[in-house]
Design a protein around this ligand. Structure first.
Ligand code: SF4
Ligand code: SF4
Length: 280
């Protein structure tokens, strides 16, 4: 189990604990202010990213110090974890209000609106959706749309299935831990969290509680899954005419599983795979 499961989940999956979604946590003014500033001032995230792009130029000791500091701060204010579709469904089963909004990262990276982010709340109309509505920000609402979209659980889950077909990996996010306010759909080219974590080696999200394993007898070596992995977890072995899943690199997103037509990939508890059990 990841560190958050121990600190915020009493040894169970922290993002499946109802109290971490409670609107009571939003009574903390510091937390509310953080959320408002986060969405109102995307330029500060852009500045942070530009600094990270130059990180490799710093001496090694300084790189390591900065990495530790950024990860430590993000664990307090805005940290995530990769979650497979079945856990997205469990999360949607716990909340009562779901809105879809323009993706913060794609807004910064591409300057265009991609509706890959979802906010939710236990109380209908409350929580993060209520804060987002009040912000009345052209980024949050998107320049070409009428505003936040309210979705039913079924609609939201259907949208996540489509995102998975696009090859996007799902992630759940805190806004001042342990409060959980949203789910995103990430890819390494445009998602700042994956860039920060994987490209720059500064973790701001945990790997999933799962890891993918291959049923070698079922795999016919078609390689459809190979194009899906954002993390370098899959390679093709020509001599065996099969793919190989390296548990040391697998983030447990399950996107390769969705692509396999032979059901040759499944997700298992990360703790069951010694090579991955301690990798977060
Ligand atoms: S998509 Fe499935 S059958 Fe094809 S290579 Fe990947 S695991 Fe094997
Ligand atoms: S191997 Fe599959 S489950 Fe693991 S990170 Fe890559 S796409 Fe996700």
């Amino acid at each position: 189990m990841c560190e958050f499961c121990h600190t915020h989940g009493e040894g169970k999956k922290w993002y499946l604990q109802a109290r971490n979604y409670s609107d009571d946590l939003l009574a903390d003014l510091r937390r509310r202010r953080f959320i408002e500033d986060f969405f109102r001032h995307p330029e500060s995230t852009k500045d942070d990213m530009e600094r990270l792009d130059r990180l490799h130029q710093a001496p090694r000791w300084l790189q390591s110090l900065i990495r530790r500091r950024v990860t430590g701060r993000m664990k307090r204010v805005h940290y995530g974890q990769v979650v497979p579709l079945e856990d997205v469904e469990r999360i949607f089963g716990m909340v009562n209000s779901i809105v879809r909004l323009a993706c913060y990262c794609r807004h910064l990276e591409l300057g265009s609106e991609k509706r890959y982010c979802y906010g939710f709340s236990m109380t209908p109309g409350g929580g993060l959706p209520e804060i987002l509505r009040r912000l009345d920000d052209s980024f949050v609402n998107g320049p070409h749309t009428a505003g936040l979209e309210t979705l039913s659980r079924e609609e939201a889950l259907a949208a996540f299935r489509e995102h998975e077909k696009e090859g996007l990996c799902h992630s759940v996010w805190t806004f001042h831990a342990p409060f959980i306010g949203g789910l995103c759909n990430c890819d390494r080219s445009d998602c700042l969290a994956l860039k920060t974590t994987v490209t720059h080696g500064v973790p701001i999200l945990f790997r999933a509680e799962y890891v993918a394993v291959l049923d070698a007898a079922a795999c016919d070596g078609c390689r459809l899954c190979l194009q899906t992995c954002q993390f370098g977890g899959l390679t093709y072995r020509p001599s065996l005419k099969q793919v190989f899943i390296d548990p040391r690199w697998c983030y447990g997103c399950g996107v390769c599983r969705a692509r396999c037509k032979r059901d040759a990939i499944r997700l298992v508890d990360r703790r069951e795979v010694p090579a991955a059990a301690r990798l977060w």
